[in-house]
Design a protein around this ligand. Structure first.
Ligand code: ATP
Length: 348
C-alpha cells in the first residue's frame, strides 16, 4: 500500500500540530518520520491511521482517498496495523491470546491462528512467555507482544509510534534487526515514528525530518547525513560543527571556501554563490594533517565515546571549537595540526 499526504493540516485549538504536510511513501518502503518531542509525529501517524480527523488536505492509501473535505474513513476500514508506544494489550488475556485476538476476530481457522501466533512470538523472542499475562512482563516484553500482534495481522501497511522507546539498548538493536528482516520478508509498507536519529538511520529507506508541524527534508539516510538542507536538519542528524565561512569560488558541486587562514575545497549544493555561508563539518571531516600542511588547533575538551575520543579543538578565527574523533586520548591544551577533508556548504 502506498501512502500520500497532500497539504494536510490539523490544529488543536490555536496550536497547529500539522502544518500543510505533503509526503509520498512508496509501497513496500520503510519510511521513518524523525523529529523532536511535540513536533507532531504521533498526530501525523494517527491521521493516517484514521484515529485523528484532519482539518485540511487529503490522505490517500493506495491512491484512494481516506480523508478529505469532511470525508473520514473509519480506522477499521483502512487496513493498517498500528503499534503504539503504550502497548494497548488486553490485561486478562495471555501473551498468546493477545497476539491471536485480531486473527480470531477475522474468523481464521484455529490451527492457522496457533501456527501464526507461534511464528510471530518466535520472531520477537517471546516463545517462553506465551502463557503469561501482560502484568507479568517487563515493559520491553510487553512492547514485543504488541509488535508480535501487529506482525500476526499481516497488514500490508504498518504504522509504528516509537515502538522501541521502552527497550534497553541491547534489546533495542536486536529488535531493530528483527524489524528490518520482518520488513524485508513481509514487504509491508512501514511508517515508523521516532525521535531517535540513530534508530532512523539504522532502519529507514527514507527519512522525513519533522519540526514544529512541518517536514524539513525527505531523503535517504546517507543523503540526510551528508547533504542536509538546513542548519536545523544538520544539527538534528549526527554530530557536526557548523562553521561560518566565505565561499571564494564555485565550480559545479565544488566550492573553495575560507575560514581564518584555512582555504579548502568542499562540496556544495546547486545555486551556491561566492560570499558568506555555513560549512557543515562532520567529525570525520577534521583529521590530523601530515607534515607542515594544515592549520593549528588547540584541544579544548575531550569526551570518551567507547573506543574513541570526541575531541573539541579551538581554532583561531572560529567562535566555536571544531569537533573531531581520535583513536588516542589527547589532553586539553595539546596543540594539533589539522586539515579538513571535504565538508558541505549548507544551502542559504
Ligand atoms: P512525542 O515524541 O513527545 O510523542 P510528537 O511529535 O508525537 O511528540 P504529537 O503527540 O503529535 O507530538 O503532538 C504535537 C503537538 O500537538 C503537541 O504540542 C501536543 O501537545 C499537541 N497535541 C497532541 N494531541 C493533542 C490533543 N488531543 N489536544 C491538544 N493538543 C494536542
Amino acid at each position: 500500500m502506498s501512502i500520500q499526504l497532500a497539504s494536510v493540516s490539523k490544529s488543536f485549538g490555536p496550536h497547529r500540530a500539522l502544518n500543510g504536510i505533503s509526503l509520498s511513501i512508496e509501497e513496500g518502503s520503510f519510511f521513518v518520520v524523525l523529529g523532536p518531542s511535540g513536533c507532531g509525529k504521533s498526530t501525523l501517524l494517527r491521521a493516517i491511521a484514521g484515529l485523528e480527523p484532519i482539518d485540511q488536505g487529503e490522505i490517500l492509501l493506495d491512491g484512494l482517498p481516506v480523508a478529505r473535505d469532511g470525508f473520514h474513513l473509519a480506522p477499521e476500514d483502512r487496513q493498517v496495523g498500528v503499534v503504539f508506544q503504550s502497548y494497548a494489550l488486553w490485561p486478562h488475556m495471555s501473551v498468546a491470546g493477545n497476539v491471536a485476538f485480531p486473527l480470531e476476530t477475522l474468523g481464521k481457522r484455529r490451527s492457522a491462528v496457533s501456527a501464526r501466533v507461534a511464528e510471530c512470538l518466535e520472531t520477537v523472542a517471546l516463545t517462553p512467555f506465551v502463557q503469561r499475562k501482560p502484568a507479568e512482563l517487563s515493559g520491553g516484553q510487553r512492547q514485543r507482544v504488541a509488535l508480535a500482534r501487529c506482525l500476526a495481522q499481516g497488514a500490508a501497511t504498518v504504522l509504528m509510534d516509537e515502538p522501541l522507546a521502552n527497550l534497553d539498548p541491547h534489546l533495542r538493536s536486536a529488535m531493530e534487526e528483527e524489524l528490518a528482516s520482518f520488513h524485508k520478508a513481509s514487504g509491508a509498507t512501514t511508517l515508523f515514528i521516532t525521535h531517535d536519529q540513530r534508530e532512523a538511520m539504522a532502519l529507514a529507506d527514507q527519512v522525513a525530518v519533522m519540526w514544529d508541524g512541518e517536514i524539513l527534508q525527505v531523503s535517504d539516510p546517507d543523503t540526510l547525513y551528508r547533504r542536509p538542507n538546513s542548519k536545523r536538519v544538520a544539527g538534528f542528524i549526527g554530530r557536526s560543527s557548523l562553521v561560518p565561512v566565505t565561499v571564494e569560488q564555485v565550480d559545479g558541486g565544488n566550492a573553495v571556501i575560507r575560514f581564518g587562514d584555512v582555504t579548502v575545497e568542499v562540496d556544495c549544493p546547486d545555486g551556491t554563490a561566492p560570499g558568506p555561508a555555513t560549512l557543515l563539518l562532520r567529525p570525520e571531516h577534521v583529521v590530523p594533517a601530515t607534515g607542515a600542511t594544515g592549520f593549528e588547533g588547540r584541544v579544548a575538551r575531550i569526551i570518551y565515546r567507547g573506543g574513541h575520543w570526541e575531541v573539541f579543538v579551538s581554532v583561531e578565527g572560529l567562535d566555536q571549537p571544531l569537533m573531531m574523533t581520535m583513536p588516542r586520548k589527547a589532553a586539553p591544551g595539546d596543540l594539533l595540526r589539522l586539515t579538513v577533508l571535504r565538508g558541505w556548504v549548507l544551502p542559504r
